[in-house]
Design a protein around this ligand. Structure first.
Ligand code: RNT
Ligand code: ZN
Length: 424
């Protein structure tokens, strides 16, 4: 990228920042190189409030709720792709897209247990054309056979089998993505199953879920093509008293079956952070999937901001040297603001959190800790907060050819005026 006049300032500020970090033994260029090679999996569902294209008129169910009615929501696949293209153009680095089973490209409504790779061929073409990786999710909500709150743990054998077949079909689609794109797709399974009020039987549904999962994963799939993840949860809307797929349930399942565990930042007690879980889970599982999200008082799926929690998550990934083992996906949906803005703000923040973690003087911090100098450790951690991190971030954005600072909002406003405002 050629530098413009104003870029001189960005360069000058970067030079100064580089020296400040170098004095602490941190190589800012190396940090940017690492950041460049760390993909974030953007979630398609921020673009249309989790509606999908199976039956866009159907409302959400299964504890999923998007609030707000900001104008310009994507109404079809072309609009969603166009919005995604805009979002990716504002985010530095090469990234992935996480699709859901309900985002298929079909002329008529296809039963979920019959979805095929062919219905996702146009997504593969789009991903190839734009150099995006692809991830996938089974969709076990917003469907008449999930409306009573149970899917893979349902009492009814037929309904359970329907969802098992859907999950198997989705794994095949994941493997198809992996084969087409030459890198493994992570197919993530989340189910809404649970009770609003106190159950009389907590064990039965969990036993049925265990058996269903074993049926879903019975067929071996080459891990170079598809990796399976299972997502745990503490409570949900309508499943406040009992969630079948709890943390303990899925941790046990993932460890015994060597599946990826998906940790969603909003799926625990409000003061509980997933950051502290990574180092433990990494001892028992080769890989982890994250749903980086921001709960406000509950699992509200707010846009990711540069919070202490986000920084702690990214620090743990970097401190555990686990960037290749922890896959960073996003999971927020805010329908009250410009949806492309939500993607851009949330993903840029995920990248910024990661950059901050990569700029940590790890060796120095550890040497204090190992020497028992906890005062020095605390002092340095606090001083780091005042270092010119923003200059490195701006420089990185400029080098990656994406807008620096608030300039990305100019593009979003322009797109809103010329594209979103034209939508009915
Ligand atoms: C729901 C889970 C799940 C969904 C997406 C749409 O609580 O977090 O990951 O948000 O699959
Ligand atoms: Zn999630």
């Amino acid at each position: 990228m050629n530098f413009q006049a104003s870029d001189k300032q960005i360069q000058a500020a970067y030079k100064l920042a580089q020296e400040r970090y170098a004095a602490l033994g941190v190589d800012t260029n190396a940090a940017m190189e690492t950041l460049k090679s760390a993909p974030i999996s953007l979630h398609c569902w921020q673009g249309d409030d989790v509606s999908g294209f199976e039956d866009p008129d159907r409302g959400l169910s299964g504890g999923i709720m998007a609030t707000g009615n900001y104008p310009g929501k994507a109404r079809n696949i072309d609009e969603l792709r166009s919005d995604l293209d805009k979002a990716y153009s504002l985010i530095p680095g090469r990234h992935r897209l996480a699709l859901h089973g309900s985002y298929l490209d079909a002329e008529r409504r296809i039963p979920r247990d019959e979805i095929l790779p062919a219905y996702f061929a146009s997504w593969v073409d789009w991903a190839k054309a734009n150099d995006h990786g692809l991830d996938f999710n089974q969709t076990l909500f917003s469907h008449e056979l999930a409306d009573d709150g149970f899917t893979l743990s349902h009492q009814d054998d037929g309904i359970r089998q329907f969802w098992i077949d859907h999950c198997i079909a989705c794994r095949d689609i994941g493997a198809y993505f992996g084969a087409e794109l030459g890198e493994a797709c992570i197919t993530n399974l989340w189910i809404p199953d649970g009770f609003k009020d106190s159950p009389a039987d907590r064990l039965g549904p969990r036993q049925r879920l265990l058996e269903s999962l074993d049926a879903v994963f019975e067929k071996e799939i080459n891990p170079a093509l598809n990796l399976d993840a299972v997502e745990c949860k503490l409570f949900g809307l309508g499943s406040e008293s009992y969630v079948v797929g709890s943390h303990e349930f899925y941790l046990g399942y993932a460890v015994t079956r060597q599946k990826l565990l998906c940790l969603d930042a909003g799926h625990f007690h409000p003061t509980e952070t997933i950051a502290d879980k990574l180092s433990s889970v990494l001892l028992y599982l080769p890989e982890i999937l994250l749903h980086v999200s921001r709960g406000v008082r509950w699992d509200s799926d707010h846009v990711v901001t540069l919070t202490d929690d986000l920084q702690a998550i990214m620090q743990e990934i970097v401190r555990c040297d686990a960037l290749k083992r922890v896959h960073i996906g996003l999971d927020f949906f805010d329908a009250s603001i410009n949806r492309i803005g939500a993607w851009a703000i949330g993903t840029r923040n995920a990248c910024r959190g990661l950059l901050l973690a990569l700029l940590e003087p790890r060796d120095l911090l550890r040497s204090y800790e190992n020497a028992g100098d906890y005062t020095g450790r605390l002092a340095l951690l606090e001083e780091l907060k005042g270092l010119p991190f923003g200059a490195v971030w701006d420089y990185y954005c400029a080098m990656q050819g994406v807008p620096v600072g608030m300039a990305f909002m100019d593009e979003i406003r322009e797109y809103e005026r010329t594209v979103l405002a034209q939508r009915g």
